[in-house]
Design a protein around this ligand. Structure first.
Ligand code: NAP
Length: 252
């Protein structure tokens, strides 16, 4: 029987949750496009690890908030790996804790462009390739939201409501898009991680957050990038599941 190659694009696939997802996807038989914004070395290390295990992968630079970059990312995948069958909208940023009263328009716009506009643009390009009305054979999109989407931000006043709001938008996007493209054989799901041990916390000026978090987590530990990668691969493979949200936060 003819079986189409499985091709996954992981935005922000070079570090943290994205890197763990890229590595796990290769074990599930996907050829993987490891997207990154600036850290080429980290992306190439993920590609090398996949190739060492006999898998196929490429590293592709693209800022997901830039439309031309996103178009070029999908074209590079068309050319080097074949038509995309799975998109993981993982790339995302936080910023330093700040009350709304002190937020600049520039900060809020950057947050929304990377965390919201980026996933919309990537989904658009994926639908144009996977959707049956566009000549595709179907596929799946998994959006990486956050527990912050229903916690009003970073879990306390003056943390980062802009981040929480960007993830709230991703939840709405997931629900609406799942309905919109179900008829085109595209499933759309989301994972909502709690506190996961990655470098994102240091980038938001809170390097100690992973150490402080376990006291508030019923399962008594923070999550690993692999905990989230497992959930993403489940949502990718589960053929009767669309419009679903998986909270992976240790019981918070
Ligand atoms: P991370 O360790 O900081 O890694 C971020 C990744 O995204 C890197 O590969 C980075 O590439 C890439 N990236 C950042 N901005 C980009 C852009 N504009 N275009 C393309 N790639 C970009 O982050 P993480 O903790 O793994 O987080 C991944 C996702 O999980 C995010 O959406 C985040 O909001 C979500 N999340 C994380 C946690 C947590 O506790 N860690 C909790 C809930 C949700 P470069 O290295 O090249 O910059």
């Amino acid at each position: 029987m003819f079986c189409m190659d499985k091709v996954m694009i992981v935005t922000g696939g070079s570090r943290g949750i994205g890197a763990a997802t890229s590595l796990m996807a290769a074990k599930y038989g996907y050829a993987v496009a490891v997207n990154y914004r600036g850290n080429r070395e980290a992306a190439e290390a993920v590609v090398s690890a996949i190739e060492k295990d006999g898998g196929r992968a490429i590293a592709v630079q693209a800022d997901v908030s830039n439309e031309a970059d996103v178009v070029a990312l999908f074209q590079a995948v068309d050319e080097h790996l074949g038509p995309v069958t799975a998109l993981v909208n993982n790339a995302g940023i936080v910023d330093e804790p700040s009350p709304v009263a002190d937020m600049s328009a520039e900060r809020i716009e950057r947050m929304m462009k990377i965390n919201v506009v980026g996933p919309f643009l990537c989904a658009r390009e994926a639908i144009r390739r996977m959707g049956t009305e566009h000549g595709g054979a179907g596929g799946v999109i998994v959006n990486v939201s956050s527990a912050a989407s229903h916690a009003g931000g970073g879990g306390g006043a003056g943390t980062y409501i802009d981040y929480g709001a960007s993830k709230g938008a991703i939840d709405t996007f997931t629900e609406g898009l799942a309905r919109e493209v179900a008829g085109e054989k595209i499933r759309v799901n989301a994972v909502r991680p709690g506190v996961i041990d990655t470098e994102i916390h240091a980038s938001g000026g809170q390097p100690d957050k992973p150490q402080q978090a376990p006291a508030k987590i019923p399962l008594g530990r923070i999550g690993t990038p692999e905990d989230i990668a497992e959930a993403i691969l489940y949502l990718t493979e589960a053929e009767f599941t669309t419009g679903a949200f998986l909270d992976v936060d240790g019981g918070v």
